[in-house]
Design a protein. Structure first.
Length: 122
């Protein structure tokens, strides 16, 4: 049985949902999404982006757990293995990056630093 102190020390369910390992930035970056088992890539743009993932708005989101190959268009095209972690019907998908080359990770980090600096100067 939960005591009053157990309840007050436990984070609210929303806190679990909103925890992020990396800060997210509202930025639209072109992305090509190849879902495992699909022959047709989806072309979209990120709604937000971090070092650990992104959110892509789409009327026809992919199911949670779908395995993806992404091509993220920054200065160069970054190749990223990913998985769908949230599915919001008629809204979009939360996507977690699972594998990326070190040089692609570094380019993404540099890009996000520039975005952050630009947001601070506004």
């Amino acid at each position: 049985m939960a005591t009053m102190s157990d309840q007050t020390n436990s984070p609210a369910p929303e806190d679990y949902k909103n925890r992020r390992q990396y800060p997210r930035f509202k930025v639209a970056v072109p992305v090509e999404i190849d879902a495992e088992g699909s022959d047709i890539p989806v072309h979209a743009a990120t709604a937000d982006l971090s070092q650990g993932g992104c959110y892509v708005e789409t009327m026809f989101p992919l199911p949670k757990g779908a395995v993806l190959d992404l091509k993220l268009d920054l200065e160069n095209t970054l190749l990223i293995a990913a998985v769908v972690v949230t599915c919001d019907p008629q809204v979009g998908n939360g996507i977690m990056f699972t594998k990326m080359l070190p040089e692609d990770r570094e380019e993404l980090q540099r890009f996000l630093q520039k975005v952050e600096e630009g947001q601070k100067s506004v």
